[in-house]
Design a protein around this ligand. Structure first.
Ligand code: MRU
Length: 361
C-alpha cells in the first residue's frame, strides 16, 4: 500500500508535508537550513516520535552538508551546535535524542578515521563526511519504513479478525515516514482481509485524530468513525471494541509509556472494560536508561493551543494547561509491539531481551 510521505531528502533540501495545514491543504515545504527545520519540528510541521527522529537525522545531515566549514576541525564545533539546536525542539519524543546520538557517534568515527589517515584538514575529508552523513540520514528513514512493516505484521496477529479497534492521536504514516506504527498494524490487518472499523478520537487540543488519522485512513479507504475525546468511555463500554492500539513517544525500562495526552485515560477505561490495550513502537522509542515513567519529561505546549481552535478563541482569557503527553503505567498495557517481536509483562525482562540488553548477574 502506498502511503503519504511526510518527509523526504532531496537535492534541494529536506521536504516536509506541513501537517498543520491538513486536511484542508496538502502543502510541501523545502528546508535548506537546519535551524528552520528545527523550528518546523517545534511548530509541528512534522510530528510523531519516529518521524521526529527522521527529521532530526536529516536536520543534522542538512546542517553538515550546507555548512561553510572548510576542514573537519572547523566542522567539529559547528556540529555540536547543530545537534544542540535540534535537541532543543521536542523533549518527550526519545527518537529525537536517539537519532542525534547516532549522528554524534557516526561523526566522531568519521572524524577519527580522517585524523588517523592524515586527511583531517583537507577539504576532501570533509566532503566524504558530508556524503556519509547524508547517506546515514537516508538509512534512518529506510530503517523506519522497514520497522513499521515488521511492527505491522507482528501487531496484526493480535487484532480481532472483524469489529472495532480504537486508536489515539496519529501514529500513522504521517508520524513515522513508513506505514505507521499503530496505523501500520491496522493497515496490515486490513490488507490481510480483516474487516476492521477504526474508532478515531479527535485528540484535543491539536486534533491529530480528527485532522490527521481521519484523513490518512480515509485516503486509504479504511473504514473509520470519528468521535470526540469525551466519547471514549461510552464506546469502550458499549461499542464492541476488540482492541485499542496506540503509538508511543517514550517507553521506560519497566514498560511505562508516554504517548499523546488522553492515552492514559483510554488505557484505564480499556482496562475497566477488559479491552486489550496495545502499544506499537520501534525499538528506538525505548528508553532503557530510565527505570519508570516518572522520569519521562512531559512537554508543556502553549496554552493558546487549548484556548484557541484554528486561530479562533473558544474560551475567555483564562489560564489553560497543556501537557502534550501523559504516561500510561505498564500494568495497563497488554503488550508492546516492536519490530523485533511482541513484549509481554514483565516488561523489564521482555523489553531488555528485545533490545538485546543483558540483565545483571
Ligand atoms: O505531539 P505529537 O503529534 O508529536 O504526538 C504524537 C504521538 O503522541 C504519537 O502517538 C507518537 O509519537 C507515536 S507516532 C508513531
Amino acid at each position: 500500500m502506498r502511503t503519504v510521505e511526510p518527509i523526504r531528502w532531496t537535492s534541494e533540501g529536506v521536504v516536509l508535508l506541513d501537517q498543520r495545514r491538513l486536511p484542508g491543504e496538502v502543502l510541501y515545504r523545502t528546508y535548506t537550513d537546519y535551524r528552520e527545520l528545527a523550528q518546523a519540528i517545534k511548530d509541528m510541521v512534522i510530528r510523531g516520535a519516529p518521524a521526529i527522529g527522521v527529521a532530526a537525522a536529516m536536520g543534522v545531515a542538512l546542517g553538515v552538508e550546507r555548512s561553510k566549514a572548510k576542514t573537519v576541525d572547523d566542522m567539529r564545533a559547528e556540529f555540536a551546535v547543530i545537534c544542540e539546536t535540534l535537541a532543543r525542539t521536542r523533549p518527550t519524543a526519545v527518537d529525537l535524542f536517539w537519532a542525534i546520538e547516532r549522528f554524534r557517534r557516526r561523526f566522531a568515527d568519521l572524524a577519527r578515521e580522517a585524523e588517523t589517515d592524515g586527511s583531517g584538514d583537507s577539504a576532501s575529508a570533509l566532503a566524504r563526511i558530508r556524503a556519509a552523513l547524508v547517506k546515514e540520514a537516508q538509512k534512518v528513514h529506510q530503517e523506519r519504513r522497514e520497522a513499521d512493516e515488521r511492527i505491522g505484521r507482528f501487531g496484526a496477529e493480535l487484532l480481532p479478525k472483524s469489529g472495532r479497534v480504537m486508536t489515539q492521536c496519529n501514529a500513522g504514516a504521517l508520524a513515522t515516514g513508513g506505514i505507521g506504527t499503530a496505523l501500520g498494524v491496522i493497515r496490515t490487518a486490513v490488507e490481510g482481509g480483516y474487516r476492521i472499523e477504526v474508532l478515531v478520537p479527535e485528540t484535543r487540543p491539536f486534533l491529530q485524530g480528527a485532522r490527521l488519522t481521519a484523513w490518512e485512513l480515509h485516503q486509504d479507504h479504511i473504514p473509520l468513525t470519528l468521535i470526540t475525546d469525551n466519547m471514549v468511555g461510552h464506546f469502550l463500554k458499549t461499542g464492541g471494541i476488540g482492541a485499542v492500539v496506540v503509538g508511543a513517544d517514550r517507553i521506560a525500562r519497566n514498560g511505562d509509556t508516554a504517548n499523546k495526552i488522553g492515552t492514559y485515560g483510554i488505557a484505564v477505561l480499556a482496562n475497566e472494560h477488559r479491552v486489550p490495550f496495545y502499544v506499537a513502537a520501534p525499538i528506538s522509542t525505548l528508553d532503557l536508561s530510565i527505570p519508570s515513567g516518572e522520569q519521562i519529561p512531559i512537554e508543556e505546549r502553549s496554552a493558546e493551543e487549548v484556548t484557541h481552535l484554528a486561530g479562533v478563541r473558544i474560551s475567555p482569557d483564562v489560564r489553560a494547561a497543556h501537557p502534550a503527553f501523559d504516561v500510561t503505567p505498564a500494568r495497563l498495557i497488554t503488550a508492546i509491539i516492536t519490530e523485533r517481536g511482541v513484549a509481554r509483562p514483565p516488561y523489564e525482562e521482555s523489553l531488555a531481551a528485545l533490545a538485546g540488553v543483558r540483565g545483571e548477574g
